[in-house]
Write a protein that binds this ligand. Sequence first.
Ligand code: 5GW
Ligand code: MN
Length: 303
Amino acid sequence: MFRQKTDWVKKGDDISKNLTHCDRKQLLNHSGKRKASLNVLTSWLAPIIWDGHYDLKILNEQQDSRIGLFVFAVKKYIQFLGPFLESAEHFFMVGHNVTYYVFTDKVGYVVRPTIGDGRNLQLHEITADIRWQDVSMQRMEILTIITKEQLPNEIDYLVCADVDMVFNDFMGVEILGDLFATLHPGFILDYPQAFSYERRKISAAYIPYGEGDFYYMAALYGGKVEEIHKLSTACQNGIKEDKKKNIEAVWQEESHLNRYLIYNKPTKVLSPEYLWDTRLPNSEFITKRRFLAVHKNHEEVRN
Ligand code: 5GW
Ligand code: MN
């Protein structure tokens, strides 16, 4: 039987804000804009996760997995770790079994937040690479190692996130799947030719014009541990090949991630509800802002 829309709207929620697939597309009258990101299915029939299209109660009852959240916080980015973890305690996989995997060069600076039942925090000390371009790529290298050696014994799904973010609304088991990635909120209405893919043939991250479904952001993706091992290994190999040629992809590991996801389609795609930045246009499409970019001073955090 069809459920009434009101069935899944919590008391006090503004129903008009609960945009359906059709509402969202109707908002888009501009010509020359692409609607693919606003769909609830990709062309390979993977769901695009938007609020209002699933019943979290049912999903929670089906899900008994162990979930890891991998986060990297070296150098000045240590300042983002406290708010990241505290907000995760409020909003990330509430009621499920969660392990935080924190990698930092500043273990002594970490203030452990109060962690709820069934949740735990692992702090791992690493030495940070010197160049900033290498730091974000170092994340991939660590992922390849832990997804092979340690994580298969500890968790089922791994979620990988940037640390310069805060959870601002619930992010739950609706995101979990064999391999999932999130739409970059800056490109939701663009056609693939405008995506900032790596366009130089010499790079292992090269994507020719005419290919590509979406532009994914490296600030949130995940999947089964085995799938993340395959993904990180492929990206890491691409990064190493480029390094041998003395080049680096235009958006570092994000470029390699985008290439991987064209030839290995994600089984779920997360809508921009899962990665938002309040400075961006097109916010009328986004009624839930579950994971927000912290507005950082680039000069200050990079030096
Ligand atoms: C510092 C300067 C330039 C680029 C990256 C860094 C940096 C990144 C760093 O010094 N320390 C660090 O832990 N990171 C990790 O890489 C953080 O988890 C960060 O969220 C992630 C990606 O780098 P971001 O957040 O600067 O990338 P954007 O695309 O969000 O600006
Ligand atoms: Mn970031």
